[in-house]
Structures are given as structure tokens and as C-alpha cells.
Design a protein around this ligand. Sequence first.
Ligand code: AMP
Length: 113
Amino acid sequence: MTNSCIFCKIASGEIQADLIYQDELFVAFHDLAPQAPVHVLIIPRTHYSSLLDVEDNSILSGLLATAQKISRQMDVAESGWRSIINTGQDGGQTVMHLHLHLLGGRFMQWPPG
Ligand code: AMP
């Protein structure tokens, strides 16, 4: 945990969020500013500043496996959904704790902005 990281604080329960799933390694909660009817953020409990910092492949596979699980829980598995990991400045990352956006419940345009 890093003291100033808001997602670390959500994972530890220090800051409240609208949690929809948690296990030993991952936490999922609704995004504060949803961009689709379903907009969930999935984070590892361990602090990684971005995708670039993860050396443990089990975290990467676990993140995607959790996204599969959440897509079923949120009832978008069959209709389809998009997973996004913004990385770094040009990637549009604003919170420096690895997170996967799971978006669904409407048709997703391509290309993204
Ligand atoms: P990114 O731009 O990829 O770093 O995404 C950060 C996301 O975190 C944005 O979609 C924000 O709306 C969301 N966010 C920031 N703070 C919170 C919070 N306290 N609870 C839920 N979502 C948050």
C-alpha cells in the first residue's frame, strides 16, 4: 500500500467505494464517473503504478480472469463488453494504480478517442 494512493485506500477499506466483488488479490467497484451503463474498475490489492510495473504474470492473468467473472456477475457476458487498461500519459491514465475498466451495457464505438 502507498499512503497517497486512492485505489490502495479503496482496497484496504479506508475509503468507501461501491464494491461489487473482492477476493484475496482483487477488488472491483463501480467507477465514480460511469461512461456506460456498466462501468466497473478492477484493481489488484497490491500497488502497481501501471501495467508496465507488473512482473508477476499471475496478476495479469488474474486480472483478466476476474474481468470474465465480473462480466457474468454484471450480466454483460453474452451481450459483450470492453476491457481497457489505460497506461501512462498518452494512454490517458489518471490514477496511478493498475486498474482495468470493464464497460458494457451499450454498443462500444471504435476507434476510441
Ligand atoms: P484512468 O483514467 O484509466 O486512470 O481511470 C481512472 C478512473 O478512476 C476514472 O474513470 C475515474 O472516474 C475513476 N475514479 C477515480 N476515483 C474514483 C473513486 N474514488 N471511486 C471510483 N472510481 C474512481
